[in-house]
Each structure stands twice: as C-alpha cells, then as structure tokens.
Write a protein that binds this ligand. Sequence first.
Ligand code: ADP
Ligand code: ADP
Length: 214
Amino acid sequence: MNLVLLGPPGAGKGTQAKRLVERFGLAHVSTGDILRAAIQSGSALGLEAKSYMDRGALVPDDLVVGIIRDRIRADDCRGGFVLDGFPRTVPQAEALERMLASAGTRLDAAVAFDVSDQVVIDRNTQRRSCPTCGATYHLVNAPPKRDGVCDRDGTPLVQRPDDRPEQIRQRMAEYRAKTAPLKEFYRGHGILREVDGSPAPDEVGRLLVELLSR
Ligand code: ADP
Ligand code: ADP
C-alpha cells in the first residue's frame, strides 16, 4: 500500500502516519522530518531549507523532489510507504507520478484530513516536539508524562520555530494557495479519500483504517 497524507499544518498527518506505519508495516516518509534532520546536521540542503522553513514558506520543489526520489528507492519502501507532507504542490505531485510510474508502481490512496482553521491554530500553537527522537506532544491533548521532557528519552521538548503565530498564518496561506488544489488533482485520479481530522487521535485512526479497508 502506497499512501499520501494531505492536510493543513497540524492536521494530524504525522500522528496518524506513525499509527499506519505500525499497523500496516509501511515506511514513514516525512519531508518535514527529513528537512529538520538536514538542518540539525548543518548540511547544504539544511542551510538552504532553513531560510524557507523558518518563515513558514514551502521549500522549492526541486529540493524536496530530489529528497523523495532518493528516499522512495530505499529498500524499506518496497513493502509500501506513507508520504507525510509530500507532495505539497501540483508540480511535486506530477513529479511523484512520473517517479512511481518509472518504478512500475503507483499510489493507492491520497487521504485528505479535514480540520477547521481554529483546530489548526490550536494544534500548532500547543505542539511541542522532541529534538532527539521527533516524538510530538500537545500541551493539552497529548501532554508528556513529565512536564517539558520527552517520555521516550528525557530530552527537553522544544517548540518548532515555525509553530509561532506569524509562521502558522504563513503556513496556512501556503496550504490554501498551493497544497489544497491537490485534492482536485487526486480526485481526478480517482484516489482521493477524505477523513474528519477533528476527533481524538484514536477515533481518527479508526476512521482511517475503515476508509482504507474499503
Ligand atoms: P501534522 O503532521 O499534520 O503537522 P501532527 O501529527 O504533528 O500534525 O499534530 C499536530 C499537533 O496536534 C500535535 O501536538 C499532536 O499531538 C496534536 N494532535 C494530532 N492529532 C490530534 C487529534 N486527533 N486530536 C487532538 N490533537 C491532535
Ligand atoms: P506541517 O504539516 O505541520 O506544516 P511539516 O513538518 O510537514 O509540517 O513541514 C514543515 C515545513 O517543511 C513546511 O512548512 C515547509 O517549509 C517544509 N516542507 C515539508 N515538506 C515540504 C514539501 N513537500 N514541499 C515544500 N516544503 C516542505
């Protein structure tokens, strides 16, 4: 099963991708995580991406398409993958179609998460993440066991630089202008599936499994 998860920032793509990976044994491919790791390692890719990410803008298509091209060739993607946060523009989606066709495979579904603007603002504002393992928490809905530190490795949690109000607004604007049109793109390909992303994570997970089992 090869899946794409679409949705505004903070819709719950990462949270649900991790569940799908566990349940179906898929590879988790998050362009946001890959880019943040590149920033941490101080690579040329990271340096270039940081200037866009810090202000809530999308990173140029050629950079992310290059990342995905290498990543989906890896062995762990052979048994299926979840693309979390890619594609985010129509040119990225077209590049993905070409890559998959030349590898003799295709997407099975593009799942779009529906959430209101208020939910988007709340989830991004209250998100905290672990800079060591990438685990995400929500100060109210999914708090860590001990205040301010990761349950798994005890690292102090941080707020992503793009989870501040001005950057959240910018990411929402980018989503509306460039990513939301992908719903029509995948509807046209007959693989769009829509899920209500507003209930609690367990319920969204249940809806998702139901939808993918059809
Ligand atoms: P995305 O990958 O779409 O940006 P995340 O999965 O990182 O979204 O979730 C954003 C924030 O919202 C995190 O703090 C996460 O703990 C929280 N969250 C995710 N899904 C839900 C949900 N269904 N209900 C409430 N909070 C959620
Ligand atoms: P969220 O879904 O919460 O916005 P992500 O971790 O998916 O978070 O993305 C964070 C940032 O990384 C984006 O705002 C953008 O700058 C960059 N990014 C991630 N994926 C892409 C992509 N496919 N195309 C362009 N930029 C991307």
